[in-house]
Design a protein around this ligand. Structure first.
Ligand code: GTP
Ligand code: MG
Length: 331
């Protein structure tokens, strides 16, 4: 199962207490204060990792705590600091305060680390409090509590290019043709229930990530089909590649239905660069292909492809790569 949200509680370590002790040595009747400081508690740190693909683990464990600091000891001994806890999250995870919804951290890079809950400082021992008027303070500070936070995690995949189309348009077949991804493919709608990512290699050292997401249908914004939840996975993509079934009666209408649903989900989706592919060319007579070639989709000329025969794929991949470069250069 593809888990893309979770709620957890994290608790940073409490600081150890400082102590109030006094030197006791032979022949020294009144020793001065020598209470050590408490150690600091450990932080709760989230670290983004490309080795984790889902938020699955957080379904099983909801609470995470860092170690507390140890108390100080006589002889000015400082307590040991508590160990920080490092929680690995997939790259693409957004962490929010579960109460307010405010974004606490947005993990976009492998290795990125953010302290999500700060440790409590250790308390100071009584030796800090000796003054000229009170040379034998009998008190010490208590350690401070660590921060406790209730946070929600949401994973938005980081795909460069999102494939958008009706169910059965051939999205999964395309991604399996151009990448090593092997999603389930079948001739019924909603075969794809969870997003699949595929890495497309263009050249030595040059590749990009394509997301195959579930099919979109008219009324998705009102919850029809699988709704629009999964669109979040292409929200950050720079390019949307629309896949229109070549066997459709009215490809332009299909395209308009798709863009209308995207618009309802988030108007910014239509600010992205777009490519339009008409699929299943191997299954069409040549005359129909010529008709389709003449269509325009918001002024965009479609690319004709077949993921089964490979027709048009050699042009599509470099085209995707060019669009992506243009998007990156736009900044
Ligand atoms: N002839 C032909 N059939 C294709 C082509 N691409 C996909 N198909 C068929 O179309 C059907 C749907 O393909 P999928 O790739 O599962 O479609 P999808 O868009 O991922 O569908 P959902 O996951 O339901 O949204 C399958 O039976 C495929 O074999 C193609 O290029 N030519
Ligand atoms: Mg599919």
């Amino acid at each position: 199962m593809f888990i893309d949200s979770a709620e957890i509680t994290v608790r940073a370590g409490r600081g150890g207490n400082g102590v109030a002790t006094f030197r006791r040595e032979k022949f020294v009747p009144k020793g001065g204060p020598n209470g050590g400081d408490g150690g600091d508690g450990g932080d709760v740190v989230f670290i983004a990792s490309t080795h984790i693909a889902t938020l699955m683990d957080f379904r099983y464990q909801h609470e995470y705590a860092a170690e507390n600091g140890q108390n100080g000891a006589a002889g000015n001994k400082t307590g040991r600091n508590g160990k920080a806890i490092e929680i690995k999250v997939p790259v693409g995870t957004i962490v929010r305060d579960a109460g307010t919804g405010d974004v606490v951290a947005d993990f976009v890079e492998d290795g990125q680390a953010v302290v999500i809950a700060r440790h409590g400082d250790g308390g100071r021992g009584n030796s800090h409090f000796a003054t000229s008027t009170n040379q034998a303070p009998r008190f010490a500070e208590k350690g401070r509590p660590g921060e406790e936070r209730h946070v929600s995690l949401e994973l938005k995949l980081l795909a460069d290019i999102g494939l958008v189309g009706f169910p059965n348009a051939g999205k999964s077949t395309l991604i399996s043709r151009i990448s090593a991804a092997r999603p389930k493919i079948a001739d019924y709608p909603f075969t794809t229930l969870v997003p699949n990512l595929g890495i497309v290699r263009v050249d030595e050292g040059e590749s990009f990530v394509v997301a195959d997401i579930p099919g979109l249908i008219e009324g998705a914004s009102e919850g029809k089909g699988l709704g629009l939840q999964f669109l979040r996975h292409v929200e950050r993509s720079g390019v949307l590649c629309f896949l229109i079934d070549g066997l459709s009666e009215d490809p332009v209408k299909d395209y308009e239905t798709l863009t209308a649903e995207l618009q309802r989900y988030n108007p910014e989706m239509l600010g992205k660069r777009r490519l339009v592919c008409i699929t299943k060319m191997d299954a069409l007579p040549a005359e129909r292909m010529d008709e389709l070639r003449g269509l325009r989709f918001d002024g965009i000329a479609p690319m004709m492809i077949s993921s089964v025969s490979g027709f048009g794929i050699d042009e599509l991949v470099p085209r995707m790569s060019r669009e992506l470069k243009a998007w990156r250069e736009e900044g």
